[in-house]
Design a protein around this ligand. Structure first.
Ligand SMILES: [Zn+2]
Ligand SMILES: [Zn+2]
Length: 274
């Protein structure tokens, strides 16, 4: 059986626990694959790792990678923000995420808080959620040309505060057309999409990213899928993973991706457990 999570944060960024604590708890929870993905340095993001912290983070993960618990493989990854490119040679894999939208040369975070989101929507996008979504999904689409990253981070992060469909309906065909346009290019570029339970643990969403209409769309376009929790503490290492496996199965996926020493590979969904 495979228990795999490649999207985790530690106390080197805005997470809570040390690398060793995360590894220990992952071993207790029976993980076979554990990847770290600290927030790459971004001068406008306080939650990201400074260059000094990045160096310490790399050393710490590499030390654990050399001496993992029995039955577990550890990987050194990074979560790159689309505004702050990393050197991919320093990492086993890269998650590419869009956390900021640029408008008139000014970058604003879409996932900082609900208040901030609403402020952006009103002041920068004139309460036009379609215009804002178009800009967001264009930035996601541009990740198809980003050769540094393999995994598309939380593809519908723009829906973080939209659990009650306050800003748009998850089934809105106009929004889904934007997503489809991005998904097609990302699939062609061989990128892997993640299901991500990060917003559940923090109480923003009842369901993991992406929403079912987007999950279906990824499936219909032959997209590759893996399951991550984007956890910021060790208790949440496997939060919501079983539900994700079931949702993926229900959408039609027969394989999920995981990482090995030889790179990303598809494995029968029946081999995975949450
Ligand atoms: Zn993120
Ligand atoms: Zn993350």
């Amino acid at each position: 059986m495979i228990k795999s999570n490649l999207h985790t944060h530690s106390y080197y960024d805005d997470g809570k626990d040390s690398i060793d604590e995360m590894v220990q708890t992952a071993a207790q929870k029976g993980f076979s694959v554990l990847g770290f993905s600290g927030h790459a340095y971004n001068p406008i993001d306080d939650g990201s790792m400074t260059p000094e912290k990045t160096a310490a983070y790399r050393q710490d993960v590499l030390r654990c990678q050399k001496n993992p618990p029995a039955g577990m493989e550890i990987f050194l990854g990074i979560e790159e923000d689309s505004l702050s490119p990393v050197n991919p040679d320093d990492y086993d894999y890269v998650i590419g995420s869009v956390h900021f939208l640029v408008k008139d040369g000014h970058a604003s975070p879409i996932d900082y808080s609900k208040e901030r989101f609403e402020q952006m929507l009103a002041q920068e996008w004139n309460n036009d959620i379609y215009a804002m979504s178009e800009a967001y999904y264009q930035a996601i689409k541009a990740q198809a040309k980003n050769d540094r990253m393999q995994i598309v981070g939380h593809i519908d992060l723009i829906a973080k505060y939209n659990d009650d469909e306050k800003y748009f309906r998850f089934e809105d065909p106009k929004i889904l057309a934007m997503v489809r346009d991005a998904v097609k290019d990302l699939v062609k570029a061989g990128k892997i999409f993640e299901m991500n339970t990060g917003a559940i643990s923090r109480g923003y969403r009842s369901q993991a990213y992406p929403s079912d209409p987007i999950l279906n769309l990824i499936y219909q376009n032959d997209g590759k899928l893996l399951i991550n929790t984007d956890c910021h503490n060790r208790e949440d290492l496997d939060l919501g993973m079983s539900e994700c496996i079931e949702r993926a199965r229900h959408a039609g996926f027969t394989d999920l991706y995981t990482l090995t020493k030889d790179g990303f590979v598809p494995v029968s969904i029946d081999e995975f457990r949450g």
